[in-house]
Design a protein around this ligand. Structure first.
Ligand code: ZN
Length: 399
């Protein structure tokens, strides 16, 4: 028996006035999700604990059964792993942004005019800087990238250089604890900041950008320092092979660090469904993350959220036969209300469909309809155990 988790990122919402106090999930036409709700068991899920606001990285750790309070070391290493860097246990990783600064390091644009080309060349120039320690800088999508400091005697207890706003100066990295390692790392980072400006400000790519009336990418802003988390591999922990299909680097990064197969999600929804079934040929567990509902939430666009649900529902139809013999879990990793445009800590709906679930009276899948479900209210951290039990894979505790 196989297990599939379909995680709709930021799907859950709050009642919206313009929708007659309904949520996008309540308004959307989603016959297949409703069919599964009818056949399955439904309930509410606390990703961490009631009301706790979290990011998608923390949510996915919890959903995969890894307690974030124990394992989460920051977003930097997850992002670095997600864009394909192999991390050592002593590494300290940061999220990075190409930015535009003036001569006195006042931030003009945190995204360097949303730079889209030439970052490989800038990356090369940055990697030639000498800051007295091994490091890798890697540009990823658009203005984003990661910085990994390598070697002994480093600390992740240093503050961001990213001021998170424009019109103010690039922050000086400061040690966040009174240790030689933290002080040294802060000094390294501050030297990195100075030298990045030196090599980038008059770099050929930037001269060309200025000529075209674009903003220079002459600074790297750093945030989210973190040490490589040390996970028990997914296979060892659960005794099954797992795969993760996602677009987002941090989700892929978590999966890679857990030793799961990592697959880049295709664009087309039906193609993503096919990817799940292809991955199931090699794995007993597949998690598919669908990023778009969260983006619609952050954009405050309920119409788009409804449309995404309706599109994704067609793909969900591919699983109606599958659940005759196998298990499917559909959930949201947190609530991203279009009214708030960011994650909130509201509980989220979950359904589990499969051959031996004790199906309930819920007939439609939504934030409110599931409260009558048999599953009641559970914690994400218990979900893997719950599914291993349903698929008869658990060892007995006691005689
Ligand atoms: Zn999320």
């Amino acid at each position: 028996m196989k297990i599939v988790f379909i995680v709709f990122d930021g799907l859950a919402d709050r009642p919206i006035k313009e929708l007659g106090n309904k949520t996008p999930l309540e308004v959307a036409d989603k016959p297949n999700l409703d069919k599964l709700a009818k056949r399955g068991i439904n309930g509410l899920l606390d990703i961490i604990s009631p009301g706790k606001r979290i990011g998608s990285d923390v949510a996915h750790l919890s959903i995969l059964g890894y307690d974030p309070y124990k394992y989460y070391t920051g977003r930097g290493p997850l992002e670095a792993s997600g864009i394909g860097l192999e991390l050592n246990s002593d590494d300290v990783a940061f999220r990075a942004n190409f930015a535009t600064v003036s001569e006195d390091f006042t931030v003009i644009d945190r995204r360097a005019g949303r730079i889209s080309e030439g970052t490989e060349e800038l990356e090369k120039a940055i990697n030639e800087i000498d800051i007295g320690v091994d490091f890798i800088f890697k540009a990823s999508v658009a203005h984003r990238g990661v910085l990994v400091l390598r070697g002994k005697g480093l600390s992740d207890k240093v503050s961001d250089t990213d001021p998170h706003e424009v019109g103010v100066k690039v922050m000086e990295a400061k040690p966040l604890e009174n240790t030689a390692e933290a002080k040294r790392t802060a000094e390294i980072i501050n030297e990195f900041t100075r030298k990045v400006y030196e090599v980038l400000n008059n770099h050929r790519v930037n001269v060309e950008r200025v000529r075209k009336g674009k903003l220079k990418a002459n600074m790297i802003l750093l945030r989210g320092a973190g040490r490589t988390p040390c996970f028990e591999p997914f296979k060892e922990r659960y005794g099954i092979n797992g795969a993760c299909i996602a677009k987002t680097a941090i989700i892929k990064g978590i999966a890679r660090l857990l030793g799961m197969e990592v697959i880049d999600s295709r664009e087309d929804f039906m193609e993503r469904g096919k990817q799940v079934f292809e991955a199931l040929e090699r794995n007993d567990f597949v998690l598919l993350n669908i990023k778009e509902p969260d983006e619609a939430g952050h954009d405050g666009n309920y119409e788009r959220k409804i449309k995404i649900i309706e599109e994704a529902d067609k793909m969900i139809g591919m699983f109606l036969d599958y659940v005759e013999e196998n298990y499917l879990v559909v959930l949201s990793d947190h609530t991203t209300p279009v009214s708030f445009r960011d994650h909130t800590g509201d509980e989220v709906p979950i359904l589990i469909a499969g051959p031996e679930v004790r199906s309930d009276d819920v007939t439609t899948f939504s934030e409110r309809s599931v409260y009558k479900g048999y599953l009641n209210r559970i914690r994400a951290l218990d979900l893997m155990t719950y599914m291993l039990n349903l698929t008869n894979r658990l060892e007995k505790y006691g005689a």
